[in-house]
Design a protein around this ligand. Structure first.
Ligand SMILES: [Zn+2]
Length: 418
């Protein structure tokens, strides 16, 4: 089973936009209502029934069932009778809101952090149609239940052999720009690319966006820095306006639009770089560092600005499409080991940009040395798999047939397209 998400811009009419904004606000209230019920129930559990607590009273009846997904979905039917707003939204969309709250809650129970939060006004920015009986696309329009046919810019057609499963509607830039994310599925099984050919280690950093084991460096795009300073001046303008006034709202929309533009151009940059790397190697090894954690620590905000986590996800996807092997390797001490002789050279401060080995006198830049170490680790990790491939002759992608594979072949022969 192969599932993909494809994003398209849509252009709703003023009426359609009003409906969608209403839906988002209703969904937000529904989400908060479900969360409030869950919190009330949890609080009720904290205090034993035979005691009087100074902090909180036992306000939930003892036999009240836990507000599970199914239970809340059942209550939703009741709420719809009392509340016309809830009724106005497509029923599967509202059910998905309940599910979304429970997914966050389940994820919290698993990880121990990220308890679901109440959504403030404007913070609920997407809703989902979880299933479609018929193809909603008709040339230049997409047919959304209860909203109607909305103009869509199909800049890339849905590949043949795929069926539309879900459609998520996204509001961006304070509800002034709209997108749909179409989830398509095909039942063709496509194996992951196998390790073969030329390896490439990739070190991700701050001074250079990345450095490869071939000493190929990508500079951070200057474009962002220009946009960032523009963003700062726009934000200053907002702060001078009276809060919630008409002009304040206008200035806020300008800020939101620029944020949107920055995010889009960063994504394009990431796709470009991913394709560049795929041009240069057949197996790509990236460090397994958790960028969210590093961003909190000494590397600070610039780490998040780079969007390295997003880049790694995009790189993995582009590698898959272009039949290149992708793997994450252990990042520990990658900048402290000499790639030439394996000596542990000790911790380098971030300011030290050179690698000079005291044992073998190997000299290069710090980032290049780290990328070389990552490559060696990557090659070591795939050695077993490669022997397996040679012996057992796993099916290769060339054995596939059908329209999905034709589409994939096209992707893999093409060089610099998303
Ligand atoms: Zn050395």
């Amino acid at each position: 089973m192969l599932t993909m998400n494809m994003t398209y811009r849509i252009y709703p009419s003023a009426d359609q936009e009003a409906i969608m904004l209403d839906w988002l606000e209703t969904c937000r209230r529904l989400y908060n209502r479900c969360l409030r019920d869950l919190k009330t129930w949890l609080n009720g559990q904290k205090c034993p029934i035979d005691r009087c607590s100074l902090k909180q009273e036992y306000i939930v009846p003892a036999d009240l069932p836990f507000p599970s997904y199914l239970e809340q979905k059942r209550r939703l039917t009741q709420w719809k009778k009392e509340n016309l707003w809830f009724k106005a939204v497509h029923s599967q969309v509202t059910q998905d809101v309940v599910k979304r709250m429970h997914n966050t809650w389940e994820a919290f129970k698993k990880r121990g952090f990220g308890f679901p939060r109440f959504k403030k006004y404007g913070q609920f920015r997407s809703f989902l149609f979880p299933q479609f009986k018929d193809n909603p696309l008709t040339g230049y329009q997409i047919k959304l239940p209860k909203i109607g046919s909305v103009l869509i810019e199909l800049h890339r057609p849905i590949p043949e052999g795929f069926v539309i499963k879900q459609v998520r509607v996204l509001s961006r830039a304070r509800g002034t720009k709209w997108y749909v994310v179409i989830t398509v599925q095909s039942n063709v099984e496509i194996p992951n690319p196998l390790p073969k050919g030329r390896g490439l280690g990739v070190d991700i950093g701050l001074e250079n966006f990345l450095t490869t084991s071939d000493n190929f460096a990508v500079k951070p795009s200057k474009f962002f820095r220009d946009l960032q300073s523009k963003l700062k001046s726009l934000q200053r303008k907002v702060s001078r306006k009276k809060k919630r006034s008409k002009n304040w709202e206008k200035a806020q929309i300008k800020v939101a639009k620029l944020h949107h533009k920055i995010a889009n151009s960063r994504k394009n940059f990431h796709f470009q770089v991913a394709h560049q790397l795929c041009d240069q190697g057949d197996m790509i090894f990236v460090e397994d560092i958790d960028f969210r954690v590093s961003a909190k620590g000494f590397l600070g905000k610039s780490m998040l600005d780079g969007g390295f986590g997003q880049f790694r996800t995009i790189l993995k996807w582009v590698c898959w499409k272009r039949d290149k092997f992708f793997a994450q390797v252990d990042h520990k001490y990658s900048s402290q080991i000499c790639p030439n002789c394996g000596t542990h050279t000790g911790k380098k401060p971030l300011s030290q940009r050179q690698h000079i080995c005291p044992e073998c006198n190997y000299q290069t830049t710090r980032d290049h040395a780290a990328a070389e170490v990552l490559l060696q680790r990557g090659l070591g990790s795939v050695q077993e798999v490669r022997m397996d491939v040679a012996e057992r002759k796993l099916p290769s992608n060339g054995d596939l047939s059908g329209s999905v594979c034709d589409w994939l072949d096209k992707c893999r022969s093409r060089n610099t397209q998303e």
